[in-house]
Ligand binder design. Structure first.
Ligand code: FAD
Length: 416
């Protein structure tokens, strides 16, 4: 029986390990931290956003980004670094800021999202997950600017396959009563039924428990992966700080650090950190939290009820590999949430968090084979890694099993 080693114990690595077990492999997971899911999967927005993908790279973004740089509560911040990688990534990102590229990426992510939704329900049942705060309240994207809302309305009306529902301000209030306690006057909203929320961290830890008791799971190894031993063009072992480890195949699923790891095998991955922040605020009986998951699109802030807390996630800062919480950015987030949903939760008791999205310039992940035999990728999930992890894991495990990808990999593979 073939043994596959997965590098990375975030939601992407753990779902990959599960799919590989289901496909009949023996599996082990290498994680550098003493605990699992401490990276981007720790306290993300919790939205399972299968049908609303909105890649950041779009035609209107460069002028908007320039304006944002000078706004105090802007959703984006940029700190120039002495790093060729940052500038190369930025140039590639700007190259992707075209309507045609955005539409193409959107279609690819929607296809992956639909596949991932099915893969999630199967995993949820087979792995018998419980207590991961899963709800399916649907998602409401709110628009403040009449011009932005008019543009989206025109796009949706022209799309015959569209399943999203355009809502007037009054309809938004009826759908989500928490908005009646908001001083914000909206232009309108777009509602997508069937969108879910869950606790990514709880799900990751529970999945790890299911892996541990699986007959073909060979265990978690807490070690720092440093590179690969490649003989005659085939990957035969992983070098770590505790020695070399053999396997028949290796999957890089190490989030942001996938780039450094792949470089040791001569593979260059266009992944750069997009830093985001979240706060998790307890909801008391007197609070009026939104019940549906809400995306405040112009502010780029997500709100999701996770158990008895409100998770608010926001911002995309290009500031390098820095997970420190910047008090000025946190203060900005508190200003925004207090101005939008002032009565939704006890923000003063919030748990604050910052994480790094492992982002590609287009916003699409990179899945599947590499030019090095036995070395596979499940990387670059950026802003939607929780949502897409289930489908991506299934695709990668099917490919390793020598079967055809269940979904077209056009635009989702490593470019030669
Ligand atoms: C603020 C914020 C909000 C978000 N909101 C959402 C959302 O609402 N919905 C959604 O779908 N997605 C969301 N995301 C994105 C999502 O969180 C990520 O795409 C996803 O968590 C990436 O998972 P990962 O497993 O690839 O990376 P990680 O969770 O970072 O896991 C990588 C793991 O690899 C390990 N590792 C790294 N290097 C090595 C090494 N050399 N050796 C061994 N182990 C190593 C790390 O320690 C880590 O455990 C959000 C992200 C942020 C930051």
């Amino acid at each position: 029986m073939q043994h596959v080693m997965v590098i990375g114990g975030g939601v992407v690595g753990l779902t990959t390990a599960w799919s590989l077990l289901e496909a009949g492999f023996e599996v082990s997971v290498v994680e550098r931290e003493a605990e699992l899911a401490q990276g981007a999967s720790r306290a993300n927005g919790g939205q399972l956003s299968y049908r609303f993908v909105s890649p950041l790279a779009d035609s209107g973004v460069p002028p908007k980004a320039l304006r944002w740089l000078f706004e105090p509560d802007s959703p984006l911040r940029f700190k120039p670094e002495w790093s060729l990688h940052q500038w190369k990534w930025l140039a590639a990102f700007l190259g992707n800021c075209r309507a045609s590229v955005n539409q193409q990426t959107t279609q690819r992510l929607l296809a992956l999202g639909a596949f991932s939704q099915t893969a999630f329900s199967e995993l949820y049942t087979h792995a018998q997950l419980q207590g991961v705060a899963l709800r399916t309240p649907g998602k409401l994207v709110i628009y403040r600017s009449p011009a932005e809302f008019a543009a989206v309305a025109t796009r949706l009306r022209g799309d015959s396959k569209n399943i999203e529902k355009l809502l007037s301000y009054q309809e938004c209030l009826s759908l989500e009563p928490a908005l009646t306690h908001s001083p914000v006057q909206l232009a309108g909203g777009v509602f997508t039924a069937g969108e879910a929320v869950a606790d990514c961290y709880a799900l990751s830890l529970q999945l790890a428990e299911r892996l541990r008791v699986h007959a073909r799971f060979k265990g978690f190894v807490h070690a720092q992966a440093q590179g690969f031993v490649i003989r005659d063009g085939k990957t035969v072992a992983l070098r770590t700080d505790v020695g070399e480890m053999d396997a028949d195949a290796f999957v890089i699923a190490a989030g942001l650090q996938s780039r450094a790891l792949a470089l040791t095998a001569g593979i260059s991955l266009p992944i750069y950190p997009l830093k985001g922040y979240s706060l998790t605020a307890p909801i008391g009986t007197a609070h009026k939290p939104p019940v549906v998951s809400v995306t405040d699109i112009e502010k780029k802030i997500l709100y999701a009820q996770i158990g008895s807390t409100l998770r608010v996630a926001a911002m995309a800062d290009l500031v390098g590999e820095d997970t420190r919480i910047d008090p000025a950015r946190m203060a900005s987030l508190y200003r925004s949430v207090n101005a939008t949903f002032p009565q939704a939760a006890n923000y003063e008791a919030s748990e604050e968090w910052a994480g790094l999205r492992p982002a590609t310039p287009s916003g699409a992940p990179i899945l599947g084979a590499t030019p090095v035999s036995g070395l596979w990728l499940n990387v670059g999930h950026g802003a939607l890694g929780f949502t897409m992890s289930f489908g991506a894991a299934r695709i990668v495990s099917e490919l390793i099993a020598g079967r055809k990808s269940p979904l077209s990999l056009d635009g989702l593979q490593l470019r030669a």
